[in-house]
Design a protein around this ligand. Structure first.
Ligand SMILES: Cc1cc2nc3c(=O)[nH]c(=O)nc-3n(C[C@H](O)[C@H](O)[C@H](O)COP(=O)(O)OP(=O)(O)OC[C@H]3O[C@@H](n4cnc5c(N)ncnc54)[C@H](O)[C@@H]3O)c2cc1C
Length: 347
């Protein structure tokens, strides 16, 4: 049963499809508009890692995000009959003795027991790759395979709402009427293209290009993801996604020799094997300047909203943040102060 509210969502990457699904769950009449230029959500590895290795800390709000995302992705799998979400052990190959010491300290703390497996001798002697400082296994890590998730989510949206395959034409939006059709709200989930949005370009997005390789390897293990200087994600049949480069302020999707060499060089810190490169891809992350997404309502246009700036951790952040955004929009609940766009007003 519709709650009689009619909303258009612009962009069908991870942000747009998640927001659309949350709205449909509240019986909103949803139209999703996408021009098929998706560049980030489909290229992403979809890894969900609760730890930040630099200082061996927990990621922002992971205690909230992890339980919610498990039920969110599983429910979409169930509803669509598609499998794309799985638990994936990540093994951090320590870069220095200091990093290992940090892990040893943190693994004793109660607030890390959900995320760190206490070091065992087998982690020191792990010999399936280079392991000079030992390694630690991360608990509660996952992967969402975008190539399964995005079509599954769109299938649900197409069944319950409407999908328009076109570029949203800003000139055609007059108040709350778009191409002659009235909508109660317009939500922009445009990824890095949001930089050109006439109402929300005041939100500073740093378009961050990332290149990834798919390689064939005989040596890399297929039962866990290894991480040192780069990640590798087992895809099956001895293929692995390896990445990713980080190139700030770059909106070019060109595949470069530099990108390829950088990834292969980083991989050489894990194995010596000369791997076969099967594929190279590039995408642009919608990088927020302040490390937190941009969520909220335009100060002068109360029916225009934004959900953007997921940066490099969209698959971790998006499920719960999209729910919190829809609760804010439909039920007037408070948004997390750290994501509110008010922080950029008057700047
Ligand atoms: C190489 C790489 C690896 C990554 N790996 C990971 C990872 O392992 N884990 C993780 O959590 N995150 C990862 N990310 C980050 C993740 O991809 C992003 O956080 C997330 O996908 C952003 O989703 P989005 O929907 O905001 O943007 P996008 O995916 O860019 O989607 C925006 C959509 O809006 C459409 N659009 C824009 N403007 C308009 C318009 N005017 N009209 C119609 N359509 C429009 C675009 O065509 C696009 O389809 C990675 C990113 C890259 C590039």
């Amino acid at each position: 049963m519709s709650n009689s509210r009619k909303i258009v969502v612009v962009g069908a990457g991870l942000s747009g499809v998640s927001v659309a699904i949350q709205l449909l769950r509240k019986n909103v009449d949803v139209t999703l508009v996408d021009n098929g230029k998706n560049v980030s959500s489909i290229i992403a590895a979809g890894l969900i890692n609760p730890l930040v290795f630099r200082r061996m800390t927990k990621g922002w709000r992971v205690d909230d995000f992890i339980p919610y995302l498990k039920s969110f992705y599983s429910s979409i799998e169930e509803e669509s009959g598609t499998k794309f979400f799985e638990k994936l052990p990540i093994r951090r190959l320590f870069s220095t003795e200091h990093e290992r010491e940090l892990w040893e300290k943190k693994q004793l703390r109660e607030d890390f027991t959900d995320y760190m497996t206490p070091l065992e001798e087998s982690d020191d002697t792990y010999d399936r790759c280079k392991n000079p400082f030992g390694s630690g296994r991360i608990k509660n890590a996952f992967v969402v395979h975008p190539i399964g998730f995005l079509p599954a989510a769109k299938q649900i949206i197409a069944e319950k709402g409407t999908i328009l395959n076109e570029t949203f034409d800003y000139e055609e939006l007059k108040g709350t009427t778009y191409k002659g059709e009235h909508y109660d709200d317009i939500i922009f989930c445009e990824g890095y293209h949001g930089m050109d949005n006439p109402w929300f370009s005041f939100l500073p997005i740093n378009p961050t290009k990332g290149e990834v390789l798919t390689v064939r390897s005989e040596e890399l293990p297929e039962d866990e993801s290894l991480n040192r200087k780069c990640f590798n994600l087992p895809l099956g049949n001895k293929e692995f996604k390896i990445g990713a480069t980080i190139d700030w302020n770059n909106t070019s999707l060109e595949l470069t020799e530099e990108g390829r060499n950088e990834i292969l060089e980083k991989l050489s810190f894990i194995i010596d094997e000369k791997v076969e490169v099967v594929r190279q891809q590039a995408g642009i992350r919608p990088g927020p300047i302040s490390r937190r997404p941009y969520i909220g309502t335009h100060p002068n246009h109360p029916h225009y909203h934004v959900f953007n700036g997921l940066g490099s951790k969209g698959y971790l952040l998006c499920p719960l943040l999209s729910k919190e955004f829809v609760d804010f929009l439909l039920d007037g609940k408070e948004l997390d102060p750290e994501v509110r766009i008010e922080r950029y007003l008057n700047k």
